[in-house]
Design a binder for this molecule. Structure first.
Ligand SMILES: [Ca+2]
Ligand SMILES: [Ca+2]
Ligand SMILES: [Ca+2]
Length: 195
């Protein structure tokens, strides 16, 4: 069970949120991601638009991640995180919350669509060395209707798939870039679950 595709994907997702790479999720990680994303979108440090993005990341910490801090020490470890998410597959509320906040952050110009430059800045907020080609490949998976942008419904579906789907072929697995072992995760005929 601990080596299932979903488990690996959740741990990979944890690493995308662990902005300072110390192996624990904290409020500070979310500030770091917000600052990077704001800078990637061209907002000056201290500007109102930059502040709005940092605040959105802090809301992700408060509403989505901090509740997993069972002992109240202000941080969530990788194991705590994986156990909480795996155990909470039905917690649709938190995932929907995440989708709304992510959209708010990534749709920098507020036109209701995430264009490729916006998506690239968002990804680089989570992973500064994200190659543009990998982001483009991911974007192609997420833009399911092929209209050249990722819309609200496409974000919502992708986030649900990323955090809950055991299907290695789910397009939403690409939400944070190339998923872990997307093709070699499981043998053909054994979709997703190496239980
Ligand atoms: Ca951290
Ligand atoms: Ca936009
Ligand atoms: Ca689209």
């Amino acid at each position: 069970m601990s080596t299932s595709f979903l488990d690996r994907k959740i741990r990979h997702g944890f690493d995308r949120f662990d902005g300072d790479r110390d192996g624990r999720l904290t409020w500070h990680d979310h500030v770091v991601m917000g600052e990077r994303t704001a800078a990637g979108l061209g907002h000056e440090p201290g500007s109102a638009d930059g502040h709005r993005i940092i605040e959105a990341y802090c809301r992700i910490w408060e509403r989505v991640h901090r509740p997993h801090d069972a002992d109240g020490d202000g941080s969530v470890t990788r194991d705590e995180f994986a156990a909480a998410i795996i155990g909470a597959a039905g917690r649709a509320g938190a995932i929907a919350d995440l989708a709304v906040t992510v959209f708010e952050v990534a749709d920098a110009d507020g036109d209701g669509r995430i264009g490729f430059p916006e998506y690239l800045a968002f990804l680089r907020g989570h992973q500064p060395d994200m190659p543009e080609e990998e982001a483009a490949e991911a974007f192609g998976h997420l833009d399911r209707d092929g209209d050249g942008a990722v819309g609200r419904a496409e974000v919502a579906t992708a986030i649900v798939e990323y955090w809950t789907s055991t299907d290695p072929a789910a397009p939403g697995n690409w939400f944070y870039g190339r998923p872990p072992s997307a093709l070699k995760a499981v043998a053909p005929g054994e979709p997703g679950s190496a239980v």
